[in-house]
Design a protein around this ligand. Structure first.
Ligand code: ZN
Ligand code: ZN
Length: 201
């Protein structure tokens, strides 16, 4: 498993290219505003993009979907239905592609890798985190030393706290790959993230 991170768009959203090195199958997590650029990077390295995965439907994470869908019309775009229902409103502009629903407990195959979906609402109603191997993609749910905002449409402080509690109680440690700012580990966040400590009581 290999993961590359790119900062894309005006808000510096983290886009990730997840590769199963055994089969060269790749997933793009949150293409931000840079669908073409991410696809070019994947192709230049000989990967075949099989999945487009959205942690949530905010525009800074989904802006690259339309270009990707145009280039890869057969590749599914996964999004939690609670966020899909908001597309076309406020901070959830239409993304220019049909979405395939995924949610709590679903698993997706990427070559020989298996991803597990955790529904973690609070930043948005349909926010998800994605677990694969020792990596945890947290979108805008958990950041290094912080958490996502809850003041956008559909946000909920209580739900986000419950989601952080849930992440904090996962067994073991994971590399945390958030939707903005730097990467961290779950253990570091358990030790030093104020919001996670609040959430864990
Ligand atoms: Zn967001
Ligand atoms: Zn964001």
């Amino acid at each position: 498993m290999k993961i590359q991170m790119m900062h894309v768009g005006e808000l510096g959203t983290n886009c990730y290219l997840l590769e199963d090195e055994a089969t060269r199958a790749a997933a793009i997590v949150d293409p931000g505003g840079a669908g073409d650029q991410v696809l070019a990077q994947a192709r230049a390295q000989g990967m075949e993009v099989k999945l487009i995965l959205l942690t949530h439907a905010h525009f800074d994470h989904t802006g690259g979907v339309a270009a990707l869908h145009k280039a890869l019309p057969e590749v599914p775009v996964y999004l939690h239905p609670a966020d899909a229902a908001l597309l076309g409103t406020q901070v959830f502009p239409a993304i220019g592609a049909p979405t395939v629903p995924y949610g709590e407990g679903d698993t997706l195959k990427l070559g020989e890798l298996t991803l597990t979906v955790l529904h973690t609402p609070g930043h948005t109603p349909g926010g998800v985190c994605l677990l694969v191997g020792d990596a945890l993609f947290t979108g805008d749910t958990l950041f290094q030393g912080s958490m996502g905002r809850t003041d956008f449409a559909g946000g909920s402080y209580e739900e986000l706290m419950a989601s952080l509690r849930r992440l904090g109680r996962l067994e073991g440690d994971f590399h945390v790959l958030p939707g903005h700012m730097g990467t961290t580990t779950l253990e570091a966040e358990r030790r030093s993230n104020y919001y996670m400590q609040e959430a864990m009581g």
